[in-house]
Design a protein around this ligand. Structure first.
Ligand SMILES: Nc1nc2c(ncn2[C@@H]2O[C@@H]3COP(=O)(O)O[C@H]3[C@H]2O)c(=O)[nH]1
Length: 916
């Protein structure tokens, strides 16, 4: 089958009628001297054909003499489908693109005669074409990529700009680090670049240098004659005649480069509108680039943050030792800047040396502590950094005089690039981290920046590791101290054997009397009495069915003896006091049988025995005021918390766990009860407990079925037992008051020395006269309310009320006597004063200056030591029962007594012998 072209040659087609050639401007190309026009000047050609078409058609015509151009033209007009098919089948798409570009250009030339609106429509379509073009998409992809090379993006931008204004060629110049312009890309191979570098940015040289200098875009249509840039285009071009040059500016107005667009001879020169389009496009491109940069730097920062977070987590989550932290730092640092080796030297301030216990040999298995490397702080790059604090980024270590070659000589490793940074902690250089040999090239500014942030984390991590090492050391020291102390604070074998040989009596007469004097028992015998009572209480607890004895005598002996040993040698809060309180509780438990559960009985008794363990003879207020470490641990109920903790410590000693036969639930319960009971001995808590219990009792709502009620009774029982001396017969009471006053006064004496005054007047030995009045207050305000509510719930404890009432009566008598004496004294003083005034009426006495703040405090009945405690504690205290609505117990009419407290000093449980 013959081809359509061949068929076509056999048909003579008449020329198209009425198609006149349309003359347009014409220019001569100096390069080819070929006539090119916007449209054909050949009358034989159809409109819109250029002479280039004529030329090629003529060539075709020359090969086929029968075939006339107008015949072909006519044929094509008549058979447009043929043209379509031919083009799609036989013409390469590059050729089609060239046609299209040429056609655009022809239209662009025509635009000279068009209106502005038409022109912008036209430019817009160029712009649109450009945006839709492949190039623009490449540009988008480039800017999305955060590893974007700026030069590549600008190259694409320049190409886009060139396309949008139909430039014949374009060049991109960028500014280098030395602020010199260099050719980054060019569009035409015909150009000759004199050198890659154009030189300084200055006027009166080349067009791009001028634009870079002025930072203003330029449109010129007489490129060679312009005095502003006599050298013309930056790259020699023998054809460029019309040019637009647009600066590429950073947000801070710094020049980044210049895009140069030009048209050759024979092309229509650029118009101002086209300059505007190119300028506009590149301005937007600048902004876009800036955002891309911002985005990229944000992404970089984010990556760094993620990295640092991973470092922090890894380092801080498992600080095992300084060495592991250093190894982690080194590994992470290498990853961060992609270095081959890393080393971390610590500063030894004492010897002014740098040292490293871990050295990176490049082999993982050797990345462990080795023989320490040490050198003076003024040696090598690391030394320079450690002593100057300067960051060093050295591209070639062997050309740097500060570099110390010794290590390379020893190891055989060749150092090239070094990045070395100081590590600070609280403003002091504590070490130096050194990165050696960047895997790919040299360390960059970006490496320096991220490494600088990393170094801050290193400082923190090292500081923590150091602290951690210190803590671990002091923990070990603490363990040694505890070991030593626990040895000495536990009963020894000898003490144990002595006690074990003493038989536990089967019965102790009168032990359940409320008047019984536990102080009368010799201190050495007290442990056996404890064993007696404990065994009794444990028996209550034995499993009836299994008949299992849960009382372990050996543990019980050791526990009791160790408890005794852990009471201090203080006048009142000593072992004798603990024993008396335990005995008082035993009386309550036994006389009010079966009200408390066996576990509660055991808890109450053991709590009493331990309730003042390691008491220092000082109140909570004193502990807080004197900033004792205990007060720092427990801000409220300071001593009581300590007593409980000490109880648990003793129980945990080997051979001391008297509760070992209890089930775990019982064990948990008893420890919770003991804690509750010991804390309840803080009088600051007593007030609210007691008032709640009183309320329940008064309303007749008390129930042994209620766990809350039981706990309140247990708490109140603890205070009742703790204050047992207050219901003991008068002779015992005064002796015990004597002892407690001695302890108070010792505290007062210390306060006088330490703070210059006594916080609580009752602790001032100079105010002994106020004692009876204060005892009245203590009995009325605390003891009696406590015993009364006890008796309401457990009537068997009524003897406590009776004993306290009897003692109150005696104290009242003494207080009254004291008051009368004071009154008499005042009267005499008044008389003397009157006499003096009569003698010398004019002289006025100056007011007496008080010695300290407490002198101004009026001593009231509620000023007990405990009230001071709870005044400092912020726990709620209810002293309402001190008010007149509560009738005072009937004291009878006999108010006479000759007892004078100080003269009755028969110290029962005093000083050294009593504390044991
Ligand atoms: N005023 C006064 N206070 C006492 C007397 N006996 C005990 N106390 C206080 O009551 C407190 C009860 O708890 P603590 O044993 O800790 O300390 C006790 C003393 O502070 C006393 O006879 N007179």
């Amino acid at each position: 089958m013959s081809s359509p072209v061949r068929q076509m040659t056999h048909r003579r087609l008449p020329p198209l009628p009425g198609v006149a050639p349309h003359r347009r401007q014409m220019q001569r190309s100096p390069a080819s001297d070929m006539v090119i026009t916007g449209v054909t000047c050949n009358p034989g050609l159809a409109p819109h054909h250029s002479t280039r078409s004529v030329h090629s058609s003529s060539t075709m015509y020359a090969r086929s003499p029968d075939l006339q151009p107008d015949t072909v033209t006519q044929f094509l007009f008549d058979n447009p489908d043929f043209l379509d098919t031919f083009v799609s089948q036989h013409v390469h798409e590059d050729r089609i693109r060239q046609w299209s570009q040429r056609k655009h250009r022809v239209q662009g030339h025509n635009a000279v005669t068009l209106t502005n609106g038409d022109l912008f429509k036209d430019q817009r379509s160029n712009w649109k074409n450009c945006v839709q073009s492949k190039k623009w998409r490449i540009l988008q992809d480039l800017t999305k990529d955060n590893t974007t090379n700026k030069a590549r993006v600008f190259t694409e931008l320049a190409a886009c700009a060139a396309e949008s204004v139909n430039a014949d060629g374009h060049n991109l110049y960028l500014v280098d680090d030395q602020n010199q312009l260099f050719l980054a890309s060019k569009s035409s191979k015909n150009q000759r670049a004199p050198s890659a570098c154009l030189g300084r940015i200055e006027p009166r040289t080349s067009l791009p240098a001028y634009v870079a200098f002025t930072k203003e875009s330029v449109l010129t249509n007489s490129l060679l004659g312009d005095p502003r840039f006599p050298l013309g285009l930056g790259v020699e071009s023998d054809r460029g005649v019309s040019a637009i040059a647009v600066p590429l500016l950073h947000g801070n107005n710094a020049i980044l480069g210049v895009v140069e667009l030009y048209r050759n001879y024979g092309s229509v020169p650029f118009s101002p509108e086209e300059e505007e389009v190119a300028d506009m496009m590149l301005v937007w491109a600048d902004i876009c680039m800036e955002y891309v940069e911002m985005y990229n730097s944000m992404m970089k920062q984010r990556k760094l943050n993620d990295f640092l977070l991973a470092v922090t987590k890894s380092i801080f989550q498992d600080i095992v030792s300084m060495d592991t932290v250093i190894m982690k730092i080194m590994n992470y640092a290498k990853k961060l800047v992609i270095a081959d080796r890393a080393s971390l030297f610590l500063v030894d301030t004492k010897s002014s040396e740098l040292y490293a216990r871990i050295f990176d040999t490049g082999r993982v298995e050797e990345h462990i502590p080795q023989k320490e490397i040490r050198f003076p702080m003024d040696r090598g790059v690391a030394g320079h950094v450690a002593s100057s604090g300067e960051v060093l980024n050295i591209a070639d270590a062997y050309t740097d005089s500060r570099f110390n070659r010794d290590v390379d000589l020893q190891t055989g490793y060749r150092t090239k690039s070094i990045l070395c940074m100081p590590i600070y902690n609280r403003g002091n250089i504590i070490g130096v981290v050194q990165m050696v040999n960047k895997i790919d090239g040299v360390f960059t500014k970006a490496d320096e920046e991220s490494f600088e942030t990393f170094a801050i984390y290193c400082g923190l991590a090292l500081h923590h590791a150091k602290l951690y090492d210190k803590i671990r050391r002091s923990e070990q020291k603490y363990r040694v101290a505890v070991e030593v102390l626990s040895y000495h604070s536990q009963c020894n074998d000898e003490e144990y054997l002595v006690t074990k040989q003493v038989p536990i009596p089967s019965d102790i007469p009168d032990i359940l009397d409320y008047d019984y004097s536990p102080w009368a028992i010799d201190n050495d015998h007290k442990p056996v009495y404890v064993l007696y009572m404990m065994r009794d209480i444990f028996k209550m607890h034995s499993h009836k069915n299994k008949n299992e004895e849960r009382f372990d005598l050996d543990d019980m002996i050791r526990f009791t003896l160790t408890v005794r040993k852990n009471y201090r040698n203080v006048p009142y809060h000593n072992w004798a006091h603990a024993f008396s309180v335990a005995h008082a509780m035993f009386t309550v438990i036994k006389t009010s049988q079966h009200r408390f559960t066996p576990i509660e009985c055991l808890a109450l008794y053991v709590a009493c025995l331990c309730h003042d363990l390691d008491h220092r003879g000082k109140t909570n207020a004193f502990m807080v005021k004197s900033a004792s470490p205990l007060a720092a641990i427990y801000s409220t109920s300071t001593m009581e918390h300590h007593h409980f903790n000490h109880t648990v410590t003793i129980l945990q000693n080997e051979g001391h766990n008297i509760f070992k036969h209890l089930t775990s639930a019982e064990y948990k319960q008893i420890l919770s009860d003991i804690r509750h009971c010991i804390l309840a001995t803080d009088l600051a808590l007593f007030f609210s407990n007691r008032s709640r219990l009183q309320d329940i009792a008064d309303k007749g709502e008390f129930s042994w079925e209620s766990a809350e009620h039981r706990r309140l009774v247990m708490a109140n029982s603890m205070t009742a037992a703790d204050l047992c001396s207050m219901y003991k017969p008068w002779n015992l009471q005064v002796q015990l008051v004597d002892v407690i006053m001695e302890e108070f006064w010792q505290q007062g004496d210390q306060e006088k020395v330490k703070i210059g005054y006594v916080q609580n007047p009752i602790m001032d030995r100079d105010k002994v006269n106020e004692l009876p009045e204060s005892q009245v207050g203590f009995l009325v305000g605390i003891c009696l309310p406590c015993y009364e509510v006890m008796a309401q719930i457990l009537p068997e404890t009524k003897p406590m009320v009776n004993g306290a009432v009897a003692n109150l009566k005696k104290w009242r008598e003494l207080a009254d006597k004291e008051a009368r004496e004071k009154e008499k004294e005042n009267e005499e003083k008044e008389k003397e004063k009157q006499t003096d005034e009569n003698q010398d009426e004019v002289i006025e006495e100056p007011p007496v200056k008080t010695e300290n703040p407490s002198d101004d405090v009026k001593v009231t009945s509620e000023m007990t030591p405990s009230s001071v405690d709870y005044a400092i504690d912020d726990s709620a205290s209810d002293t309402s029962f001190l008010a007149a609505d509560k009738p005072l117990p009937d004291l009878g009419s006999d108010r006479t007594s000759n007892i004078s407290v100080p003269s009755e000093k028969t110290v029962l449980s005093s000083k050294s012998d009593e504390s044991r």
